[in-house]
Design a protein around this ligand. Sequence first.
Ligand SMILES: Oc1cc(-c2ccc(F)cc2)cc2nccnc12
Ligand SMILES: [Mg+2]
Length: 214
Amino acid sequence: TQSTRPQRLLHAVQKNATRGDPRSVVKAIDNFCRQKEWAMNVGDEKGCILDSVVSEVNPVTVLELGTYCGYSTVRIASLLPPRAKIITLEFNPDYAKIARQVIAWAGLEDKIQVVEGPSGEWIPKMKEQFGVKTFDLVFLDHWKDRYLPDTKLLEDCGLLRKGSILLADNVICPGTPDYLEYVRNSPRYKSQYFKSHLEYTKAEDGLEKSVFLG
Ligand SMILES: Oc1cc(-c2ccc(F)cc2)cc2nccnc12
Ligand SMILES: [Mg+2]
């Protein structure tokens, strides 16, 4: 039976990356996506912006919405301080299965919890299920029409605190106009756009960084 793109991406990691070396896993995926097949990872260019935001925030609790194959999960987790944790939500079970193996190859299982299911159902359960109080950093990289409702849900569930950072991928391509309008016009956020390109292409895209003001 025909393999899937995530399966081929995983095989490229297992073939080209060193076990326990997260940066080699990131490199192997970027090479695969540049030389073999495009895939919807945040990629190396936007990934550098992600790295700088993570390093600046130095988060202890991170929420990622949209795991896919775990590229950004590994990228973020490799920069976290020792006790810090990242919870990553993935709706698609096939993606989650691949992501767990990519994360294991990177040796980052202890810092990462992959949770399968709809973000809209899991966000209200974060406190009771995972003992989370608030998130220091949220990386939004899932379905574009979920960015705004999930942000409002995070607010309503008290999962954001003064200074929590939201970092959103794909605000230009595919685009999240309702989310952008909200975080750029709401008095509860201070927003900043980081212009970049759609992963592995010349098309414009960017990341929106928004600080929750409480
Ligand atoms: O980074 C991304 C890119 C794209 C995407 C797909 C097809 C195109 F033509 C352009 C862009 C979709 C995404 N879905 C979820 C999370 N991240 C995504
Ligand atoms: Mg994306």
